[in-house]
Design a protein around this ligand. Structure first.
Ligand code: C2O
Ligand code: CU
Length: 472
C-alpha cells in the first residue's frame, strides 16, 4: 500500500472492499490542552433547574470535546484544583494505545496528582476514532460528579460524511434534596451498579439535533455512564455501524447495538427528507427511551441508495492465532475475606498509598484475585506476564449473574467469538460480558508496560474486579 499517496488522492471505493485503506498519520501539530480539575457549580438542562457542585476539567464545558487529527500530538497539562484535601486525581485516555507512562493509572503508571499539583501527559494517538478520557482515581465519585471529556481523533473518513452529531450518554445521581446521592453503594457495587436518577445526553434529557436532509450523517455514540447499559436503535432512518470503540468495521446495518459503560459506536444514518425526523432510542428499558431526535432540514444532499462509505482501516497489528497463547480470565464474585486473603500477592509496598483510589470493599475478582490486596498497601502481582510481540487469546469467562464491560488498557483487542451470541468481527477496548457468557478476544502484546484490565462498571472496578497484565 502506498500510504502517503493514497491519503492524498481522492479515494474511490472498490465495490467489494469492506474497509477503506489504512489510516496513516500525516505529520501534524501539537495540540495543547489545559485541564483544571475543579468544582464548578452548574445547572445542566437535565438537572431541571437545580445547580449541582460538578467536578469538571474545563471552565467552559462540563464535558470538553477535544478534536485532533491523526498525526497530531496531544500535550495536556492537568492541574488538580479539587476542593477536598487528599482528593488526588489522574487522567486515563480510554482506548488510546499510548506509552505506558501516559496511561494515567495512579500508582501503577504514575504517582497520583495531588491537590495543588500538576501533571503533563504527552503522546501522539496512533489511531483515529471516538475516544474519551476520565479520572482513574476515586472514579465512582470523580466521574459521578463529571470528570470526563471526549477525545476525537479525525482522519478516518474515506469520503467525508455530510454531517456529524456527537451523543454522550450518562446518568447523574441526584437525590430528592437536589444534592448528589452516594456514588458507591454496597448494594450497587455488589449488584448491577448504582444507577443515576437522572439520565442525560449531552447534558439534556435528550439531544435535539438538526441535520441535512437525505444525507449520510455520522453519529458518535458514547456511553460514559458508570453503570448503565444502553441498547441503541434508530427509528425513521436507515443506519449502519461503521466503527466500534473507534475502530472501523465493515459497515453493517444497525438493528440494535448494546453499549456497556465506556463503550462507543459510530453509526452513519441516511437522514429523512426535509421535515422528517429520525429518533435514536435506548431499546433496553421496557419502554424505549428517546436519546436523540434528528430533524432533517434543507435541500436533499444525496439521491442514491444508502451505502455508507467505510472508514479507514486501523493500524492495529493482526493477531497470529496459530501461534497464540491462551489466557483464561474468569471474572467472579469474591464472597469472603478468606478468598480475598488467599489471593494476596507479595507485591512491593507502596509508600504513601492511601485508601482514596480504592474502596474498602471487595466483592469481585479476576482469576480469584481481588484488587486491591492487603488493605491497599501493595500492588498485587500481575495477572499474567506477556511476551512483547506475542499473540494472546484471552478467554473471558463471566461466572456471575451480572453484566461486566471488561476494559483493557494499552491494547485494542479483536473480538473473536462468544458462546452465546453471533458477533460481527470487530475490535474493541471494552468488551461486554453477559451473565455466564464466555468471549474470546485476541491481541498482539506489542505495548510494553503494566496495563490494567478491569470492569468498567465503576463500582465493580472499585470493589475488586481489576487487575493488570505486564508486557515485558
Ligand atoms: Cu476507561 Cu481503566 O478505564
Ligand atoms: Cu462488572
Amino acid at each position: 500500500m502506498t500510504a502517503a499517496g493514497a491519503a492524498a488522492a481522492p479515494v474511490r471505493r472498490p465495490a467489494a472492499a469492506p474497509l477503506g485503506p489504512m489510516a496513516e498519520p500525516a505529520p501534524g501539530r501539537t495540540v495543547a490542552l489545559d485541564l483544571v480539575a475543579a468544582e464548578r457549580p452548574r445547572s445542566l438542562p437535565c438537572f431541571g433547574g437545580r445547580t449541582l457542585p460538578l467536578w469538571t476539567f474545563s471552565e467552559t464545558d462540563v464535558l470538553p470535546v477535544v478534536r485532533m487529527r491523526l498525526g497530531d500530538r496531544l500535550r495536556t497539562r492537568l492541574v488538580n484544583a479539587l476542593p477536598r484535601a487528599g482528593e488526588h486525581t489522574s487522567i486515563h485516555w480510554h482506548g488510546i494505545r499510548l506509552p505506558n507512562a501516559e496511561d494515567g493509572v495512579p500508582y501503577l503508571t504514575q504517582p497520583p496528582t495531588a491537590v495543588g499539583a500538576s501533571h503533563t501527559y504527552d503522546f501522539e494517538p496512533p489511531d483515529t476514532g471516538s475516544f474519551f478520557f476520565h479520572t482513574h482515581c476515586n472514579t465512582a465519585e470523580q466521574l459521578g460528579r463529571g470528570l470526563a471529556g471526549l477525545l476525537i481523533v479525525e482522519g478516518d473518513e474515506t469520503e467525508p460524511y455530510d454531517g456529524e452529531v456527537v451523543l454522550a450518554m450518562r446518568d447523574w445521581r441526584i437525590g430528592e434534596d437536589g444534592g448528589f446521592l452516594p456514588f458507591l453503594t454496597d448494594r450497587g457495587a455488589s449488584g448491577a451498579g448504582s444507577f443515576g436518577t437522572v439520565r442525560s445526553v449531552n447534558g439534556a434529557p435528550f439531544a435535539a439535533a438538526t441535520v441535512p436532509a437525505l444525507a449520510d450523517v455520522r453519529l458518535r455514540l458514547y456511553n460514559i455512564d458508570a453503570s448503565r447499559v444502553v441498547t441503541v436503535g434508530i427509528e425513521g432512518a436507515e443506519a449502519a455501524v461503521v466503527a466500534v470503540d473507534g475502530v472501523a468495521v465493515a459497515p453493517f446495518p444497525l438493528a440494535a447495538w448494546t453499549l456497556g459503560p465506556a463503550m462507543r459506536v459510530d453509526v452513519v444514518v441516511r437522514t429523512p427528507a426535509a421535515g422528517g425526523r429520525a429518533v435514536v432510542h435506548d431499546l433496553r428499558p421496557a419502554k424505549p427511551v428517546v436519546l436523540a431526535t434528528l430533524s432533517a432540514e434543507g435541500p436533499a444532499v444525496r439521491a442514491g441508495a444508502f451505502d455508507p462509505a467505510p472508514l479507514r482501516r486501523a493500524r492495529i497489528p493482526e493477531p497470529d492465532l496459530g501461534a497464540a497463547e491462551r489466557l483464561p480470565f474468569a471474572v467472579s464474585t469474591t464472597a469472603t475475606g478468606a478468598a480475598v486473603g488467599a489471593s494476596l500477592g507479595d507485591g512491593p509496598a507502596l509508600p504513601g498509598i492511601d485508601d482514596l483510589c480504592l474502596s474498602d470493599r471487595t466483592f469481585w475478582a479476576i482469576n480469584k484475585a481481588a484488587w486491591p490486596a492487603d488493605g491497599h498497601r501493595s500492588l498485587p502481582p500481575p495477572l499474567a506476564v506477556l511476551r512483547r510481540g506475542a499473540t494472546y487469546v484471552i478467554e473471558l469467562a463471566n461466572t456471575t449473574r451480572h453484566i461486566h464491560p471488561i476494559h483493557m488498557h494499552g491494547h485494542t483487542v479483536k473480538v473473536l467469538s462468544s458462546n452465546e451470541r453471533p458477533l460481527p468481527v470487530h475490535h474493541a477496548d471494552t468488551v461486554l460480558l453477559y451473565p455466564k457468557e464466555r468471549v474470546e478476544v485476541a491481541f498482539v502484546a506489542d505495548n510494553p508496560g503494566d496495563w490494567m484490565i478491569h470492569c468498567h462498571l465503576i463500582e465493580h472496578q472499585e470493589t475488586g474486579m481489576m487487575g493488570y497484565v505486564r508486557v515485558a
